[in-house]
Design a protein around this ligand. Structure first.
Ligand SMILES: *[C@@H]1O[C@H](CO)[C@@H](O)[C@H](O)[C@H]1NC(C)=O
Ligand SMILES: *[C@@H]1O[C@H](CO)[C@@H](O)[C@H](O)[C@H]1NC(C)=O
Ligand SMILES: *[C@@H]1O[C@H](CO)[C@@H](O)[C@H](O)[C@H]1NC(C)=O
Ligand SMILES: *[C@@H]1O[C@H](CO)[C@@H](O)[C@H](O)[C@H]1NC(C)=O
Length: 957
């Protein structure tokens, strides 16, 4: 479910890389002109921060950028991290050598004599050379072609509104020949055996009482009414476009403009019995031309789960072949043909932002070095189901290779065994190894330079698997010329063993003839030293079940079901994931009513989690799917404990919904883990100390301030007394004996209601974006009296640790301590202030992403829990969610995302993502349907809630 879709993140200088790549590509008719050095280029900076840490208060800016915050607090740290880890970020990143085409051409003629393999000139050349580099090793050896690492993440604008960003010319796709086709004989076929018997997922529902039925059906009708309203709004104002703008009654086209909401909603229409609308919609489906689009790159994951999944599911639910709606399958195939182009890479890992313009699509390319796990792993079900329907193994092959890669990676081990880091290098090229070779090459070059009229026509090198090079000795060799001999010989020795070294063609003066010739001889670095999937991006790795990662894990058990249990890899993958999540990620939060609930955290590690793991106790809406995943996995793989975990995870999200003023869970927040999960009690002291990391120094500051103030006062008083005495006025002793006020610290929090008129409170406007560790800073409140503006300068951070008291006010005696705007806040006050100004629900440490964008994950898990356990309480929990959502999101013609679930009066942000009708309303509807409507024992839903038919087990589940 679009879990990543809002996390796209575009960095300015990455865009420059793209631009330059584009220029290079444009300037060269022939792709070989594009330098072979691209793979050495530094990968696009990993600037895709975790959703929760980067997300803002969902201001307008945020929503317009589809959740991409411009206020990424992580950014500087990330850049630091990155520069620490990779010694050469940016180095050579734009090195684009343009070989002399003519000379290369000549060199080709000397092929045989030179006994080397020249870089292929085109894809035709690749094929002539017999290079069908569809697997890692072959790809590494044979692909001297300048395969472009298109930093595709940066090309697009995420789900940017086409209205805001009009693209002048539409792209017209044409099929281009594959560079790296899988030989017919090696296509991985769908398993064909009889489907295995799989344990029943759904509860054995009995007959329901008339009373229950009445309530259930009444609720169901209300859900349907929402669908009808939203659909009618879409139909009237946005038909044929991607999304309705439900407030302004306009439309947006963030998903290539192929009518995303329409396609995404087809199966919902069918399931809800809106047959007229379904048939009308099919006429629109017919008009969609997937070969034409405005977006320069196709977001592969989104397109697959929404469009392809939507078409396939609509075909399935409407009866498949016998249903007679062939157009659905036709359109699915039209789209699939386009999407198949993304797998045309040397290692057959997909490009995830498909630059589908024929002039780009026709060029060889590699999969990205910084793919999000979710995007890479969430294509499996859609292509598998299409393969099943069409009996075309190529669709299955495409995704089975990705699964195999994940499987191998899980086997070979990640920092947290069982699960994968958020960023994946899918390029198939080992940069570490390449860098080592580069170092060796440099050493060799120095040596070669030293030789007079060098005889550097080196041996091409026997093939060998040993690429191990001693990096250190090479570096030494470079700095210590006297060691060059030794270094050179070792480099040569090793390079001969390297399978990856290629020979280059260079212009050289022939010493005998005096003529300039082309000589095959200089070694050039390999295009690619092969490897499987590995951790991508720079800096520390992140592990979680949240956005960017989620649906890959979700698909393991679902794919197992879809394949009738015939591919054991998926079971193994899931069980290991489940173990890892239980061991590392799950935690019990400390909540006011001590509810026994669970959430899944995010871990950051530099590779040694046993010692360096850092946990973020996040609560994100996207992660709410995980309850359903655990519960269903527990059923089908017969791990009852996992069903219980699924229950507690789902209850966690129910709690998060209940806790806010709107009754809707925020996109992202943090809570506090219980020190002891088995014996967990609310601890107000601990909670307040967590809210205020500087709690220890705060009260001291107050004391210090009071002392200074008292001294000043005494001095003033003394002066006055002297004056008075001198004038022999009436005694003023009564005035000096003003009793000290009790301080708020002495009162329990509950007894100290925050004074709205207090300047210190007033200045603290809600802070939208807040990192875990970030202190809230006061924001100037326009309503505050002018005096405060001045005060802010002298004491910009009331109560903050470093705040200095530059001045002690000489105030009227009537002034009380509490009203003194310069007094630092005590710990209690500071916390009360924070809670008040941020409207922090009790139990939350912060809420750093306050919007709700009509997401389905919580109701999704509630639905799974209901269907799995049969417990009616889930229907009631779901109903509270439904009512809250309807109360705040309803617009005249649809439903809108809202900016702040902590506000009693949230603002509607004029967006209605297609998943509202595709998923959220579908799950609500199915929660109140008869349990055999889309039974989990006959259907399996993709991550966009599109039901695919499960193969019938001969046992009949
Ligand atoms: C990449 O190469 C380095 C050095 O040759 C090696 O240690 C590492 O294991 C390789 N990585 C992968 C994923 O194969
Ligand atoms: C270059 O090396 C080859 C083989 O190692 C040798 O036969 C040839 O004589 C050398 N040429 C020169 C100019 O040193
Ligand atoms: C509550 O937390 C505080 C601060 O960590 C700790 O000192 C105290 O012992 C805790 N109280 C209980 C009952 O655990
Ligand atoms: C008020 O507090 C000040 C400073 O803490 C102290 O010196 C003074 O004696 C107190 N006065 C009374 C009347 O308690």
């Amino acid at each position: 479910m679009f879990r990543l879709r809002r996390y796209r993140y575009y960095v300015f200088f990455a865009a420059i890389v793209v631009f330059l790549l584009y220029r290079v590509a444009q300037n060269s008719e022939q792709w070989e002109a594009v330098s072979a050095s691209f793979p050495h280029a530094a990968p696009p900076p990993k600037l895709k921060p975790p959703p929760t840490s980067k997300t803002g208060a969902d201001s307008q800016v945020d929503t317009s950028l589809k959740g991409i915050s411009s206020k990424d607090d992580d950014l500087p740290q990330r850049i630091l991290d990155n520069s620490g880890k990779d010694s050469s970020p940016g180095k050579d990143s734009l090195k684009a050598e343009i070989p002399d085409l003519k000379n290369t051409q000549q060199a080709e003629d000397e092929d045989d004599a030179a006994d080397f393999e020249p870089p292929p000139k085109s894809d035709i050349a690749i094929k002539e050379a017999g290079v069908l580099a569809y697997d890692h090793d072959e790809a590494a050896k044979a692909t001297t072609a300048p395969v472009i690492n298109v930093p595709d993440k940066n090309v697009g604008k995420g789900a940017m509104d086409a209205e805001n960003n009009p693209v002048k010319t539409a792209i017209h796709w044409k099929k281009v020949p594959e560079h790296f086709p899988v030989p017919e004989s090696e296509i991985i076929p769908l398993p064909t055996e009889k489907p295995k018997k799989i344990p029943t997922i759904q509860f054995a529902f009995g007959k329901e009482s008339a009373e229950n039925r009445e309530l259930r059906e009444a609720r169901q009708q209300q859900v349907k009414a929402e669908m009808e309203r939203g659909w009618a709004g879409y139909w009237k104002y946005a038909r044929g476009h991607d999304e309705l703008s439900p407030v302004s009654k306009k439309y947006r086209d963030p998903f290539c403009g192929w009518a995303a909401t329409l396609v995404d909603s087809l199966d919902t229409l069918w399931i809800m019995g809106m047959e007229e609308e379904f048939k009308e919609a099919l006429l629109e489906v017919e008009k969609i031309d997937f070969t034409i689009g405005k977006r320069p790159e196709i977001p592969v994951f989104e397109t697959t789960i929404r469009y392809l999944g939507g078409l396939i599911a609509a075909y399935d639910v409407s009866g498949g072949k016998s249903g007679g709606y062939d157009i659905l399958l036709e359109k699915a195939l039209e789209l699939a043909e386009i999407l198949m182009g993304v797998f045309d890479t040397p290692n057959r890992m997909p490009v995830l932002y498909y630059n589908w313009k024929p002039s780009f699509a026709s060029q060889p390319r590699r999969a990205p070095t910084n793919a999000g796990v979710a995007e890479l792993g969430s294509l499996a079900m859609e292509f598998t189901r299409l393969a099943q329907i069409t009996k075309e193994n190529k669709y299955y092959d495409a995704v089975a290779r990705i699964t195999d890669a994940f499987y191998e990676w899980q086997e070979s081990g990640t920092s947290i065994p069982g699960i994968f880091p958020e960023q994946v290098d899918a390029s198939g090229c080992n940069r570490t190894a390449q860098n080592e070779l580069e170092a060796a090459q440099s050493a060799a070059d120095i040596e070669a330079y030293d030789e007079t009229d060098s005889n550097n026509s080196l041996d091409a090198g026997a093939a060998g698997e040993d690429n191990e090079l001693d990096f250190e000795s090479d570096v030494k060799a470079k700095s210590q010329p006297d060691r060059l001999d030794k270094a050179e010989s070792s480099v040569l020795k090793r390079s001969r063993k390297s399978s990856a070294l290629n020979l280059n063609v260079v212009k050289k003066k022939n010493p005998k003839t005096g003529k300039v010739e082309l000589i095959a001889g200089e070694r050039i670095l390999p295009e690619c030293v092969s490897q499987g999937l590995t951790s991508g991006g720079w800096g520390a790795e992140q592990y979680s079940m949240g956005g960017s990662q989620d649906s890959t894990y979700e698909y393991f058990p679902k794919q197992w079901l879809l394949l009738g249990g015939l591919e054991p890899k998926y079971k193994e993958l899931h069980l290991k994931v489940s173990e890892a999540v239980k061991k590392w990620l799950l935690f019990r939060p400390m909540v006011p009513d001590n509810r026994d609930i669970l959430f899944s955290a995010k871990i950051t590690t530099s590779g040694e989690p046993e010692t360096d793991a850092k946990w973020q106790y996040e609560v994100t809406h996207l992660t709410c799917f995980v309850g359903g995943m655990f519960a269903m996995g527990g059923k089908i793989f017969e791990v009852p404990a996992d069903v219980e975990i699924g229950k507690k995870l789902t209850e966690g999200c129910v709690w998060a919904y209940e806790s806010t003023p709107t009754g809707i869970m925020p996109e992202g927040a943090h809570v506090l883990p219980c020190p002891d999960a088995k014996n967990c009690h609310w601890n107000q002291t601990l909670y307040e100390q967590t809210l205020d990391p500087a709690f220890e120094s705060r009260d001291e500051q107050v004391e210090e301030y009071r002392e200074r103030k008292a001294k000043a006062k005494a001095a003033v008083e003394k002066a006055r007394m002297e004056k008075q005495n001198a004038q022999d006025l009436r005694s003023s002793t009564g005035k000096t004996g003003r009793p000290n006020k009790s301080t708020p610290d002495e009162k329990p929090l509950e007894d100290s209601p925050v004074d709205h008129n207090n300047a210190r409170v007033g200045k603290r406007a809600p802070v939208g974006l807040e990192d875990d560790t970030m202190e809230s800073r006061p924001v100037k409140n326009k309503k505050a009296p002018a005096l405060d503006d001045d005060l802010e300068d002298s004491d910009p951070v009331p109560g903050f640790k470093k705040s200095t008291i530059s001045q002690v006010p000489l105030q009227d005696d009537e002034d009380t301590d509490e009203d003194d705007p310069l007094r630092p806040l005590s710990h209690k006050e500071w916390v009360a202030n924070k809670i008040e100004s941020e409207k922090l629900p009790k139990g939350f440490v912060n809420v750093n992403w306050r919007s709700y964008i009509l997401r389905p994950e919580a109701i999704e898990s509630v639905w799974y829990m209901y269907r799995i356990t049969g417990d009616k309480k889930w229907q009631d929990e779901g109903w509270k969610m439904f009512e809250a959502i309807v109360r705040h999101t309803t617009t005249e013609v649809g439903s809108s995302a809202i900016d702040n679930v902590l506000s009693t009066n949230p603002k509607q942000s004029d967006e209605m993502e297609s998943f509202w009708t595709a998923e959220t309303l579908k799950y609500f509807y199915l929660l109140y349907s008869e349990p055999n409507l889309i039974s989990l024992d006959q259907w399996v839903l993709n991550t966009e809630a599109h039901p695919f038919k499960r193969p019938k087990s001969s046992f009949g589940v």
